[in-house]
Design a protein around this ligand. Structure first.
Ligand code: NAP
Length: 245
């Protein structure tokens, strides 16, 4: 009876439990279960990992994707390169950290980039998801500029760095996510041109204000739904492969 779950601070709007339960029911897998574990702080996170070695695997979400790393026994090479973890595997009493966000984001770019591959991209935000996105662009040898509120390149001076070779912009901040659906990153949307790709990692709502504004300026828009499903499927692959060993 393998048990899985999601670790995060606030999980009431989580997609994962419903996704896995539906998927396993459709596959006649009645033995696996998935629960939500709301963790108050890093201390509680550490003790959870120590106590719950009975779990076969976990997903990790905001705000623990980076903070959890010191409490793991090993890191998969991709998670090590990215520096953030969204999937854990319990292996012989040890917790191994994986990152499936980066490979999932990369996968979602295959079709759009076969038609229109950007020369350079902007990444908004600098959290765990941003690290996975920057990793994917690095794999594709596409240069990125990263915007963070407190870094040298910030929302106030982005305009000065916005060169003509930029053809893609990715929102990795939570601005616009349910329930704060009226918020959006403060950028000069008029600099977005047709042939741009605007990608929002947010999956609820389907079309954030960021995507609406980018679309108004002619951009092709992509939301976070496909990435979300792929990262979940890749996590499941890691867990189930281990159970078959
Ligand atoms: P995170 O670690 O909390 O990072 C979010 C980053 O956004 C922060 O580092 C911060 O960067 C920036 N930010 C936060 N509040 C902001 C504000 N009010 N104004 C401007 N910037 C702000 O979260 P995360 O794990 O990276 O996740 C970020 C988003 O991606 C969430 O909406 C999450 O649901 C989504 N996501 C989607 C998928 C998917 O599969 N579709 C996967 C992962 C994450 P600075 O402080 O540096 O500015």
């Amino acid at each position: 009876m393998p048990h899985f779950g999601l670790l995060g601070k606030k999980l009431s709007h989580s997609f994962s439990k419903t996704y896995f339960e539906k998927k396993w029911a459709n596959a006649q897998n009645h033995s696996s279960s998935y629960d939500l574990y709301e963790i108050e702080n890093v201390l509680a996170l550490e003790s959870f990992l120590k106590k719950r070695k009975d779990l076969a695997g976990l997903n990790v979400t905001i705000p623990y994707k980076e903070q959890i790393i010191p409490y793991l026994d090993a890191l998969d090479p991709v998670a090590f390169e990215i520096g953030a973890v969204n999937c854990l595997l319990s292996k012989a009493g040890s917790w191994v950290g994986y990152n499936t966000d980066g490979p999932a984001f990369l996968k979602t770019l295959e079709i759009p980039f076969s038609i229109n591959r950007p020369t350079k991209a902007i990444v908004l935000g600098a959290g765990g998801a941003a690290k996975a996105v920057v990793w994917a662009f690095h794999k594709l040898a596409i240069p990125v500029i990263q915007v963070s509120r407190n870094s040298e390149l910030n929302y106030q001076n982005l305009r000065n760095h916005w060169t003509d070779d930029i053809q893609m912009i990715v929102n990795t901040t939570p601005l616009g996510m349910f329930p704060d659906i009226h918020t959006f990153p403060n950028i000069s949307y008029e600099l977005i041109k047709p042939a741009f790709i605007a990608y929002d990692l947010i999956y609820n709502p389907d079309k954030t204000v960021f995507l609406q504004k980018a679309e108004m300026h002619g951009a092709q828009i992509i939301n976070g739904k496909e990435m979300l499903k792929i990262q979940a499927d890749l996590s499941e692959e890691i867990w189930m492969k281990n159970l078959m060993l």
